[in-house]
Design a protein around this ligand. Structure first.
Ligand code: ZN
Length: 223
C-alpha cells in the first residue's frame, strides 16, 4: 500500500501546475494498476460497466453495474469477484418470495403455521379462543382462513375449552391432516391431483355453528 501515501508527503510546497498534473496522472495510474479491469464481465445477473470513483473502507473500487432486471447498481470489486453480490438485490427478493411460497400456502392458509401453532402453549386468557366476558361467561371463537367462527357462550370454562378443542380437531387438525394426505397422493400422481383439487372449506351454520366441506375423500392410513 506504499502507493497510497498522502500526496503532501511527496509533493513539494512550491510545485507548479504542470508538476501537479504529472503527479496526479501517476497517482491515477497506480490506482489503475491495483484495480482489476472488470469491464463487461458478468457476475451472476450483474455486468460490470465502468469503475466509479467510490471506494469502500478497504479501498475496493465500486463498479457501476447493470443488472439483468434492468436496474443499475454500484458494487465493489471485492463483492463481485468473491461472488457475494450477484444482483442488484432482485435475486435475494425472489429467493425470499420462493421461501415464503414454499411454506405451503393453501388458499391463504399456511399449513406449517397451523402445525406450529398447535404445539405452542401460550394461553393468555387461560385458553386460546376462549374469552372471559364481564358477565363471567366464556365466549368461544375459532379462526380459519381469516374468518372468525363463533362457537358459543358457556357458563363454565371447562365446557368452553372442550368446545374449542373439538373445533380445533374438526377444523385445524383436519385441514392439516387432509392436506398432507392429499398432497402426498397428488405428488405421486399428478393427473389424479389435477382431477381432484384439494377442497377444505368451513362455512357458518346457524344450528351447528360450523360445517366443514372437504374433498376428495382420502382413506386415512393408520399411523
Ligand atoms: Zn436486479
Amino acid at each position: 500500500m506504499s502507493d497510497s501515501k498522502p500526496l503532501s508527503k511527496t509533493i513539494p510546497q512550491t510545485m507548479n501546475e504542470m508538476q501537479m498534473k504529472a503527479q496526479e496522472s501517476k497517482e491515477t495510474e497506480s490506482i489503475r494498476k491495483r484495480m482489476t479491469n472488470l469491464t463487461d464481465q458478468r457476475f451472476g445477473r450483474l455486468v460490470a460497466e465502468y469503475p466509479t470513483k467510490r471506494r469502500d473502507h478497504k479501498g475496493s473500487v465500486y463498479w457501476h453495474c447493470h443488472c439483468d432486471c434492468g436496474q443499475n447498481t454500484e458494487v465493489t470489486e471485492d463483492s463481485l469477484v468473491s461472488g457475494n453480490k450477484q444482483s442488484c438485490g432482485c435475486l435475494k427478493k425472489e429467493n425470499q418470495r420462493q421461501i415464503y411460497q414454499r411454506l405451503h400456502h393453501v388458499d391463504g392458509t399456511c399449513v406449517e403455521w397451523l402445525e406450529k401453532r398447535k404445539k405452542r402453549k401460550d394461553n393468555t386468557s387461560g385458553f386460546r379462543g376462549v374469552y372471559l366476558m364481564s358477565n363471567g361467561r366464556y365466549r368461544v371463537m375459532i379462526g380459519f382462513r381469516g374468518e372468525r367462527f363463533y362457537l358459543g357462550t358457556f357458563d363454565h370454562m371447562d365446557e368452553a375449552v372442550r368446545v374449542r378443542q373439538k373445533a380445533e380437531r374438526d377444523i385445524h387438525d383436519a385441514f392439516v391432516k387432509k392436506y398432507r394426505l392429499w398432497s402426498e397422493k397428488a405428488a405421486s400422481d399428478h393427473i389424479w391431483g389435477r382431477k381432484n383439487p384439494f377442497v377444505f372449506r368451513v362455512i357458518k351454520d346457524p344450528y351447528i355453528r360450523y360445517r366443514v366441506i372437504s374433498s376428495p375423500d382420502l382413506p386415512e392410513t393408520p399411523s
